[in-house]
Ligand binder design. Structure first.
Ligand code: C2O
Ligand code: CU
Ligand code: CU
Length: 434
């Protein structure tokens, strides 16, 4: 009993300033002047028309709809740049069942890492027509970004260490703010959608003393809620959580240590950063409905018609410019004019992602959601804790991840490491879906 809606918006990528440190204006790039960009909320079934105005001085850009089931020619591929000063409209339909926590960011050839780091990223939430999660829990989007500031407040350029490991900033921001506060009554539950929109920072997180329940991943709800002590969000991953605030007092969302394999000097502190503080008041909450036991069915992808292997390696070579790093998939770096893999639309495939490198590489593929089947490391096979739709999965160093996926729409799609400096250095390939 619903007529599809038309969702329209305009996103202008432009120079802006934000204040992250006392008295210092930091020049950034923002969508509509802010970083992160505006939260986009549409409903499954909607037709989406978003006009992108590229006003970045002297640089081409695109908008890529990370994780979303959009046609290849609407997905902001590096082969479809939008020159500075130009407007282009992206249009696509959000199919039934596509509700999930997606995001949008630029994907121009050779410039993605830089443009995202300078501030271009935003959340795109697709809501279901009927949400099994009680509305009383709210629905709060938390977009994590990070940055490093020079003494004058500007964003410094990349160092060798940044290129090797991906650029990790010292300040982790939540929706563009440092350690924002919120107030909740005690005895209530809140829903949070967590987005790792950093270029390269792995976030292992916990809410001190407040129980976490995972209800969803990149591509929407799980079949059933799963309790967790802490969570790991590698770059580009998202989680949909319910947090129970059971006693009064402050509760913080903070980072724990996670060793993602750091090369060279200057490994940043992972642990002990407070990202968010919830002040749980003495006033008890109005009773909220319980979380349902079942959220939605997820049909298992099955019977792959082909299996493919993607091997991640790193190389280091000395040349006239000093040490040069190479980040390779199946021995090659990205070439926009080369198709690496040809796939058939509508067929299930088994992809094996083999990480032979010294650091973790979060693997992402465009245009679809996949199901992780298993992880293998040192001869030990581990199954995921739950069946889920994902578009990004961390492949730890020395690990192999097997996943099942199906591309339903024809056209070229990127797959790559979502440490964006690695993507920029060539750890990316093209699957052409026919
Ligand atoms: Cu977040 Cu190629 O994408
Ligand atoms: Cu993507
Ligand atoms: Cu990588």
């Amino acid at each position: 009993a619903s007529t599809p809606g038309l969702f329209r918006a305009k996103l202008t990528a432009e120079s802006a300033t934000m204040r992250f440190a006392e008295g210092l204006d930091t020049p950034i790039l923002g969508y509509n002047g802010t970083s992160p960009g505006p939260l986009i909320e549409a409903v499954e079934g909607d037709r989406v028309e978003i006009t992108f105005a590229n006003r970045i001085p002297d640089e081409a850009s695109t908008i890529h709809w990370h994780g979303m089931p959009v046609p290849a020619d609407q997905d902001g591929n590096p082969m479809d740049p939008v020159a500075t000063g130009i407007d282009r409209t992206y249009s696509f339909d959000l199919p039934e069942g596509s509700a999930g926590s997606y995001w949008y960011h630029p994907h121009p050839h050779g410039k993605t890492a830089e443009q995202v780091y300078r501030g271009l990223a935003g959340a795109f939430v697709v809501k279901p027509k009927v949400d099994p999660i009680p509305a009383a829990y709210g629905d709060t989007v938390l977009v994590f970004t990070d940055l490093r500031l020079a003494a004058d407040g500007t964003l410094p350029g990349n160092t060798m260490v940044d290129l090797m490991n991906g650029r990790v900033g010292d300040h982790v921001l939540v929706n563009g703010q440092k350690n924002p506060a919120l107030t909740v009554p005690f005895g209530t539950k809140r829903r949070f959608r967590l987005y790792n929109a950093t270029n390269a920072r792995f976030l292992r997180l916990s809410f001190d003393g407040a129980p976490i329940t995972i209800i969803g991943t990149d591509g929407g709800l799980l079949e059933a809620p799963v309790a967790a002590d802490d969570i790991l969000l590698s770059p580009a991953e998202r989680l949909d959580l319910i947090v129970s605030f059971d006693k009064p007092g402050p509760v913080t969302l903070y980072t724990l240590d996670y060793d993602r394999g750091w090369m060279g000097a200057g490994r940043p502190a992972d642990a002990g950063l407070t990202l968010l503080t919830a002040h749980v008041s003495q006033t008890p909450a109005e009773p909220v409905p319980p979380l349902p036991d079942m959220l939605r069915p997820i049909a298992r992808l099955d019977a792959p018609s082909v299996s493919r292997r993607f091997v991640f390696t790193e190389t280091m070579a000395m040349n006239a410019n000093g040490m040069e790093m190479g980040f390779l998939i199946n021995g090659a770096t990205f070439d926009m004019n080369r198709v690496d893999t040809v796939a058939k639309a509508g067929e299930v495939e088994l992809w094996e992602i083999v990480n032979k490198a010294d650091m973790d590489h979060p693997f992402h593929v465009h245009g679809t959601q996949f199901q992780v089947v298993e992880y293998e490391r040192g001869g030990k096979v581990r199954k995921p804790a739950y069946r889920a739709w994902k578009d990004t999965v961390n492949v730890a160093r020395g690990e192999t991840v097997r996943l099942l996926l199906r591309q339903d729409r024809p056209g070229p799609r990127m797959y790559h490491c979502h440490i964006l400096e690695h993507e920029q250095l060539g750890m990316m390939g093209i699957v052409d879906v026919q």
